[in-house]
Design a binder for this molecule. Structure first.
Ligand code: KG4
Ligand code: ZN
Length: 333
């Protein structure tokens, strides 16, 4: 089954085609990061307008890379939630028009389910149930994936997401937007004990997390050093910060897997590209005798291949179903 998927939930425009869910025939991603870097974060209106500008070109280029015509498509999938509402609406309306014009079904996909599905592409042998750590710009969650379309959140951040925290610290260090990757690069070779940073816990909720105290501690540290004219050990700070994030995520992931009796652990979302978190998860999974599924870097960040993959497992709608589909800024998993 050839599914063409559209992803426009934030500042990446994605169009992909997969065959039978797990095989990528084309995966076109246009990142608008440069357009938003000027403002230090995503400007929703700019994101929506640029999705409109590039979507048709990306769709044509995906078809040409897959060596298919529109007549070869059997369904259209689209991210309908969660995300920036205007940006999502561009993708949803584009997808509806395509499905209607081609007379093929329209499959709505939840963005976080898509991130989790990136693992099915990378690991054809992976099947639910498993535990998934989802860490993106807007989400930090531990998900009990009981089946392809049956999952629930068993632990989550109470405030900032890990990615948001990386981006804010990176911005104050002058590393641009989005700064997660730049901060990861800066941390290489740095002393992860150079600075003592907090690791927060939530009383009575051991699987929940909080990153805002860590973020504030790092921002205060940078501003204090600046005001006193002290030289900051930037590499050491980046490494200490990555260690604090990892120390929050990794033990909770292992505890959640143990509580659910899972020996299979997957990771998803843009922050899953972080080298420290990947390294720490690899060693913790080895110690616990668990199999770890880490998506390759190109499937960690936002892309439409993961949406097409998840769509394959979602219930198959009828021909004219979902043409009244709406987009939602927030939506339960
Ligand atoms: O999943 P994603 O592409 O978009 C959302 O759905 O939010 O995640 C983007 C986030 C950004 O916060 C970005 O800075 C972060 O992933 N990120 C990283 C790394 N690469 C991307 N954070 C830490 N280390 C990285 N190597
Ligand atoms: Zn995402």
């Amino acid at each position: 089954m050839n599914i063409l998927a559209i992803e426009t939930s934030c500042d990446e425009t994605g169009v992909a085609i997969t065959r039978n869910g797990r095989e990528i025939l084309a995966n076109e991603v246009f990142s608008q990061a440069d357009l938003h870097a000027l403002y230090g974060g995503v400007v929703p209106e700019i994101a929506s307008r640029n999705h409109i500008i590039v979507l048709t070109k990306l769709m044509e280029s995906a078809l040409s890379k897959a060596d298919l015509t529109k007549a070869d498509l059997e369904a259209i999938a689209v991210t309908y939630a969660p995300g920036l509402i205007g940006a999502l609406l561009v993708g949803v309306n584009f997808a509806k028009s395509m499905a209607y014009a081609l007379g093929i079904p329209l499959i709505p996909v939840h963005h976080i389910r898509g991130h989790i599905a990136a693992n099915y592409i990378a690991y054809p042998e992976l099947k639910p149930p498993f535990l998934c750590l989802v860490v993106s710009g807007g989400h930090s969650q531990l998900v009990d994936v009981r089946d392809y379309t049956d999952m629930s959140i068993i632990g989550a951040t109470r405030d900032d997401a890990a990615g948001e925290c990386f981006d804010k610290v990176a911005r104050v260090l002058g590393l641009g937007y989005p700064g997660g990757k730049a901060l990861d690069d800066l941390a290489q070779g740095g002393d992860d004990k150079a600075y003592t940073l907090p690791r927060s816990t939530i009383d009575g909720h051991p699987l929940d997390m909080s990153f805002s105290g860590l973020k504030t501690a790092v921002l205060n540290l940078i501003h204090n050093a600046d005001q006193k004219g002290e030289t900051l050990d930037r590499k050491g700070l980046a490494a200490s910060f990555a260690a604090a994030i990892s120390d929050t995520l990794v033990p909770r992931t292992m505890q959640a897997a143990a509580e659910q009796n899972y020996k299979h652990i997957a990771v998803a979302g843009g922050v899953a590209a972080n080298s420290r978190i990947r390294r720490d998860l690899e060693s913790a999974a080895k110690d616990a005798d668990c199999t770890l599924y880490l998506p390759p870097l190109f499937l960690c960040g936002d892309n439409a291949a993961m949406i097409a993959c998840q769509a394959y497992f979602e219930p198959k709608p009828g021909l004219l179903d979902n043409l009244d589909l709406n987009a939602y800024a927030t939506k339960p998993l």
